[in-house]
Structures are given as C-alpha cells and as structure tokens.
Design a protein around this ligand. Structure first.
Ligand code: NGQ
Ligand code: ZN
Length: 467
C-alpha cells in the first residue's frame, strides 16, 4: 500500500504522540501509556507505565476507534422519513420501495454532501472507519457516468474530506431475485455485471492508500449468482474484503429455498468460498448448522442492530454464534443511528428481550458485557475493513477516541467499569476527541470542518425536499 501525504494537506499540523492515563490495549487496560505514530499515521510505539513529558498532549481515557462495517451513505438523508404507516401492512419491502424512489434522485454532488455529513457524525460518535456498500453506480436514467466510478469516487472524496478511513465496496447487482430475475426499472441505477464490477474496482485501485481500501460486495444472493461471485473472486486481488447481504428477511430465505433447495447461508457456505475475507451482513435468519458453518469459516457476521430493528428483520442468534466462536462486527447501515454505543447496546438489549435473560454478550474469559461487545466489534470490524485498524499496537493505524473524563458518568471510575458505563448508562455523547491515522478530526465533540459540512448538507436537503 502506498502512502498518500497529499491526503492530509488541509489538516492542521498535529502532535505525533498522545499520553493516556488509561488506554485500552490488546492485553487490556494499561496505565500511563504513550502512543506514538509516524507521518503516515501508523502507530510506531505503544509504551505503558511511562511518564508524561512536559508539553505532551494528555488524556485520561483512550480507546481504539470503531469500524462501521456496513453503510449505504445516501440513506442518511432519508432517516426519519419513512416512519408513517401506509395503507397496507408496512414491511422491509414497502420501505425498500420508498428507498428506491428516493435513490433515483441523488446526484454525485448530493451523495458527497450526504456522505460527508454522515461520516462527520460517525466520527463524532466514535467510528473511525467505514465500509461503504455502494450500489448507486449509474445516473438516474440508468447510464454510466462519463467516469463510471463517479459516484463511488464522490463517496471516497467525502471520507477523505472528513478524515474517516474507508473501505469502498462496489456492489455487484444483476438480478431482482433468485433465479436470475431481470432487474426492476427502479433498480436501474444499481445495474452491474461481473465486467462492470471489475472495471469499477480497477478504476478505484489508484485510490488505495493508508486510509482507503477497495473490496467488492455482491449485493445478495438475490441480486448476484454464485457463479458470478466466483468469477469476481477469481480476478480480485488477494485479501480484499468481500461483503454480502445474506439472510435479512424470512421471505428471502423462503425464496432461496424454493429456487435452489438451500437456505442463503447454506448455499454460500456449500459453495466453498467462505473465509476470513467475507463479511455476512444481516446473517439474521440462520439455523444451527448455518451458525456453526459461518463461525467455523472465520467470516465476520455484520450486525446492524438499529437498522434491523427499524426494518423489522429479526434477531441475530448471538448466544449460539458466540458459543461457536464466531466473529461479529457492527454497522449503521441505513443510518437511523450513527453511534456505535447505540448499536452495541441494542444488540444486547434485543437478546435480553428475546431470551428473557441478562448479560448475553459475554463468555467465560470476558464476563463484562460492554468490554466483550466493544472488543469483539473492534476485531470483527477491523477484519471486515481489510485495514490495519482496531487495536492500539505498533503497525496499526493511530485511530483513537478520547472520552470525556469530566462527564459525571465517567468520573472516579475504575478502568474495568469504563466500557460498561459508557455503553449502558445514558445518551450523552462521551466521545470528546477523535484521532484518525494520528490526525485529530474531532476537537471537543465537533468536527474540524463541521460548519462547512453541515451547510453543504443543508443545501442538499433543501434540494431533495423540494422534489
Ligand atoms: C440495501 N438495506 O441494500 O439498502 C438493503 C435493502 C435490499 C438493508 N438491508 C435493499 N438495510 O436488500 O434489496
Ligand atoms: Zn445494507
């Protein structure tokens, strides 16, 4: 991967070290830790039990920033706008029709403004990287832009503008349903075949740098066939992330069974492709065999609790999956929330409500639910991003959150209580400063370009609302 110094030219010069009274390292909480990084934003030394030098930037609580492993950035602009009951029973599918109507209008300039607003919000709440599951490829009439990668490039530009790390996943979207059903007219902007996706990946390759990775995403087994996916993977460079929506709705599982005789996770697992590159988003409807197969493959289950709740998908089988040793990560998907705290809290609360139990996300070696969730989602999110993130260790990105030690919830705490208190004790945003690749992009809870990002977003929303 090449360095990309240009990327940071508009950020102020920042110190290249931070001294933390308490830092969450891979081995657990450590005291008096100096974190140092190089010009490219990679940690070069993480030294516990040391002494601060005068003039050094200091913090009380430092934790690694979270990866947001699933995002459709443009959907941020419709958050809150689909919560009105229709004439017939509302469902995921009626929501999707509304989403498609909306998706038909978004211009390249608008997707950049929306993504910048979203990413600044994500950063403010503690996400330092995002995996963008990007399928809005073509223009509203259904033709490719002069630069076929135009829309994806705009989303990457928004990530660079805000400083968030990005894994761009151009989406393969060929069919409307199982059995290679032709796309609907309102899916025309998404339409791509294997050659289109390889062309998009190729066009985006030059954007790869320390902050940017390129992978692929077959949209779902509804929209892409196993044979197509195999073809893409034959050509895709090694170790690139591969994401898919896998089993989000019961109707989808039934349609898959009817068309292929197998359930979606079963079909994918039986294809022999599943491994650590994969992120299975919304692996909601799995039987016990499928749970074991996904866990054993080393793939990440991408759970998007607030969107899955919003769309009425169902509950992920967390206890069996943990028992089987599976990896999880979290994503904000349709962006009805931009907070990893809310995502993780509702992951646990959903399980408690479903099972009438407490402290579900835990195991023998980690009984603290907040610690279990944050650490598991850090690891799984990092794996799904294909980037060197998710832990404060030499060689990894200097992606760090400084929490608000002056907030009443965090004063006088023992470090063992920090994550549980942060995740389970209220809704104030306790993220105070955020560093991504060593650059501070959130200062006292505000993005360094918050005013200009918000005003561009407001202009974009005025355009969209007048439609
Ligand atoms: C999406 N969204 O791709 O935006 C999907 C719905 C579909 C979520 N699963 C569309 N949240 O699955 O076809
Ligand atoms: Zn999605």
């Amino acid at each position: 991967m090449s360095q990309h110094h240009q990327l940071y030219q508009h950020f102020p010069q920042n110190p290249q070290s931070l001294f933390a009274q308490h830092a969450l390292l891979p081995q657990g909480w450590m005291k008096n830790v100096r974190l140092q990084w190089d010009q490219a934003g990679n940690l070069t030394a993480v030294t516990p039990d040391t002494i601060a030098v005068s003039g050094e930037t200091q913090a009380t609580w430092v934790v690694p920033g979270m990866s947001n492993l699933h995002s459709h950035a443009f959907q941020r602009a419709m958050a809150g706008m689909t919560e009105i009951a229709g004439d017939s029973k509302d469902s995921f599918w009626t929501w999707r029709d509304l989403m498609y109507r909306y998706a038909l209008h978004i211009t390249p300039g608008q997707i950049q403004a929306i993504a910048a607003q979203l990413y600044a919000e994500c950063l403010r709440h503690g996400y330092t990287g995002v995996c963008e599951f990007h399928y809005l490829h073509r223009d509203p009439a259904g033709a490719f832009y002069a630069r076929p990668e135009e829309m994806a490039a705009r989303v990457i530009a928004a990530a660079h503008q805000t400083g968030i790390g990005i894994t761009m996943l151009p989406v393969l979207y060929s069919y409307a349903d199982f059995g290679a059903q032709p796309l609907r007219d309102d899916q025309r902007r998404f339409s791509t075949g294997v050659d289109d996706i390889l062309r998009l990946v190729n066009a985006l390759e030059s954007q790869r740098d320390w902050q940017t990775e390129i992978g692929v995403a077959p949209h779902s087994l509804r929209a892409a066939s196993i044979a197509q996916i195999q073809e893409v993977l034959r050509v895709l460079p090694d170790r690139r992330p591969v994401h898919i929506h896998i089993a989000e709705q019961v109707r989808e599982v039934d349609a898959c069974l009817a068309a292929t005789g197998k359930r979606p996770v079963e079909l994918l697992a039986d294809s022999g492709m599943l491994d650590q590159r994969w992120c299975l988003v919304h692996a909601t409807h799995m039987n016990k065999d499928e749970v074991r197969a996904v866990a054993a493959s080393g793939a990440v289950a991408g759970i998007c609790t607030t969107t899955e709740g919003n769309l009425g998908d169902g509950f992920f089988d967390l206890p069996d999956y943990i028992e089987a040793g599976g990896c999880i990560g979290i994503g904000s998907d349709s962006h009805v929330s931009q907070s990893p705290v809310e995502e993780l809290r509702w992951l646990e609360y959903g399980q408690r409500l479903r099972l009438q139990a407490r402290n579900v996300a835990s195991h023998q070696q980690q009984r603290r639910v907040g610690d279990f969730l944050w650490q598991a989602a850090l690891q799984g999110g990092a794996q799904a991003s294909g980037r060197k993130v998710g832990q404060l260790s030499s060689g990894y990105r200097a992606d760090m959150l400084v929490l608000d030690a002056t907030h009443p919830n965090l004063t006088g705490l023992h470090c063992d209580e920090l994550l549980n208190t942060w995740i389970f004790s209220g809704n104030d945003n306790l993220v105070r400063h955020v560093y991504v690749g060593g650059r501070q992009v959130i200062v006292d809870g505000r993005h360094i370009q918050q005013a200009s990002i918000q005003s561009a977003y407001a202009d974009c929303m005025r355009e969209l609302r007048s439609l």
